[in-house]
Structure formats: structure tokens, C-alpha cells
Design a protein around this ligand. Sequence first.
Ligand SMILES: [Zn+2]
Length: 73
Amino acid sequence: MKNMLDSQAIEIPCPHCQRKLSETIGKLKTNPVLRCRYCSNEVKVDATQMRTEIAKVEQSLAKLQRSLGRLGK
Ligand SMILES: [Zn+2]
């Protein structure tokens, strides 16, 4: 379950050009600094924002597991 979460990508809006960057949770936990691929600026991912995004992913994973459970019956 932990590895499954780490492999999920979350979207981080670039504060410089406002475009959305996608990176996996596992990578962001190790290094919460991204290089924007559009404007080449550094993007530091805020810990609070990351927790919010992770919570969203956890919710959708839980939802997915529930629907998979229903399919299995
Ligand atoms: Zn940018």
C-alpha cells in the first residue's frame, strides 16, 4: 500500500509559469524540489500542499479499491 502510494503522481502548479508539473509522491518525499520543464525555474513543493495532494490520492486509491472489491465478487 505504501509503495502503491509512492508510485502515484501528483500535480504541482509551477509558481513561476502556472503550468502543472507531474511528479510521483515517492520522488517528492525524497526530494521535494522540482525543475519546471516549461520555464526551467526551481519549484519547491510546500509540505502542507504535498500532504493535501497525498490525502487526495489516498482517497481516490481507497475508492478504487472499493470498486475493485465489488468487481471481484
Ligand atoms: Zn514553470
